[in-house]
Design a protein around this ligand. Structure first.
Ligand code: C5P
Length: 428
């Protein structure tokens, strides 16, 4: 298995170093790519490392989570680590966390809805992180419809920021002048992740497009992202990839629990190549060419009805959108993934036109198209499932712009959307 006596030792050191610097659990396949060793060899070395750390009762322990390996600090050290972070905590906050903390500090007790309204973007994940770090806590339930939960800062917050009491904070008026000056020039908008409009609203610099299968979303979105130099986020590819995996691993398409577990355990990576085509990878393996068969198309809309799957995938999609400069398309891009997109489009084409386009697409991909009527039937069935499902159904929101692409060329639709974007953001 090893060429030299010291080779194993060397491999162990490298694996240890990789595991230490990685942000997320590392799978054996990822190490395999770097070391060119068999999975068995890598697994064996990791097991040895795990055993060594355990036997020596070190500050770090190596654990297997979500199908990968990761170092965790020993639970004995927890209090000291917490103390260390509280003494140097300010350097460890993201911009989003600082924004939410500032809103809570000056408005407490405050509800999640108010926080979202002030920030202009959804803040649920930031709020849960701050709760888990015990910097904020639930104050009480508020009044009004639904009695929303209110949040306030904790004594740990004061300690972390070197404050004796909230009175030590500078008055809010001190900041208002800075905020007034924070107006971006019109030409800059295209490069921002958040856009403040004249009416005082804040939007993500995202174009979100929903519509039924084959309405042209992918072609249009790709072209738009190329022109604007945005990232193209094809959410359907994620559902397709899961369906492909489920079929490959013979997971029952009606077993919600098994499918949800599969979603959690299968980190799907989505990238753009130089032409802004979506490249989909699972564990580093490029599966892009395998997810467009008719069987996968049909299975994807079947599994897309499940809440657990949608939650995991749409959170991941939302995270990408928050970076801004994204064209996102799917069935719930305008409703769930990015309701605060600066431009929202509902793209439509008749089922017959969409079936024609699909035949052309399959032929171009070198695949045998099914009979036209069979395809039309499948498209109509998928439409029904997408429109009528309980969770995140395909709908046109009130503020989405409806475009019927049946008799329009790709460039006509792209031009229309760029004009809408230009009007909203005063750029290009
Ligand atoms: O967009 P595309 O047709 O490739 O998506 C494949 C399937 O994934 C759709 O039929 C739909 O059921 C599902 N999907 C979804 N939500 C999204 C994107 C796709 O339910 N945001």
């Amino acid at each position: 298995m090893f060429k030299f006596k010291n080779e194993k030792r060397e491999l162990k050191r490298i694996i240890e170093a990789i595991l230490l610097v990685a942000y997320e659990p590392v799978k054996t396949v990822a190490i395999k790519k770097v070391l060119n060793k068999s999975s068995d060899t890598i697994e064996k070395i990791i097991k040895e490392l795990q055993e060594e750390y355990r036997k020596e009762d070190r500050g770090f322990q190596l654990k297997k989570v979500s199908g990968g390996y990761r170092f965790y600090t020993h639970h004995d050290c927890r209090d000291y680590i917490e103390k260390f972070f509280t003494s140097t905590i300010r350097g460890y906050f993201s911009q989003a966390a600082l924004e939410v903390l500032a809103i809570i500090v000056y408005n407490q007790p405050v509800s999640r809805i108010t926080i979202n309204e002030i920030r202009g973007v959804r803040s649920e994940s930031v709020i849960s992180t701050l709760l888990s770090k015990r910097l904020i806590e639930k104050a009480s339930k508020g009044f009004g419809p639904g009695h929303p939960i209110l949040y306030k800062t904790t004594p740990l917050f004061l300690e972390s920021f070197g404050l004796n009491s909230l009175k030590d904070l500078p008055p809010i008026e001190k900041f208002s002048e800075d905020i007034k000056n924070e107006t971006h020039s019109k030409e800059e908008n295209r490069y921002l992740n958040i856009i403040n409009t004249k009416d005082g609203n804040r939007y993500l610099n995202v174009i979100a497009i929903d519509g039924p299968a084959g309405s042209g979303k992918s072609t249009i979105s790709k072209e738009l992202s190329r022109k604007l130099k945005f990232f193209y986020l094809y959410t359907g590819a994620m559902y397709r990839t899961l369906a492909y995996l489920a079929l490959k691993r013979e997971v029952n398409l009606y077993d919600e629990k098994a499918l949800t577990d599969l979603t959690i355990d299968s980190p799907i990576e989505i990238e753009n190549d130089a032409e802004h085509n979506s490249i989909i990878k699972i564990d580093g393996e490029d599966v892009t060419n395998k997810i467009f068969t008719n069987e996968v198309s049909d299975a994807s809309s079947k599994i897309a009805i499940y809440k657990g799957i949608r939650k995991v995938l749409s959170e991941k999609q939302r995270e990408i959108c928050e970076k801004g400069k994204i064209v996102v398309e799917g069935r719930d891009a305008t409703t769930v993934v990015c309701p605060d997109a600066i431009v929202k489009i509902f793209l439509y084409a008749t089922p017959e036109e969409r079936a024609k386009r699909r035949v052309k697409q399959l032929i171009e991909m070198g695949q045998e198209p099914p009979k036209f009527n069979e395809l039309l039937k499948q498209i109509k069935e998928r439409d029904e499932r997408d429109k009528n499902r309980e969770i995140a159904p395909l709908i046109k929101t009130e503020d989405s712009i409806y475009i019927d692409s049946t008799n329009l060329t790709v460039s006509q639709v792209v031009e229309k959307i760029i004009n809408i974007y230009r009007k909203k953001t005063y750029v290009i």
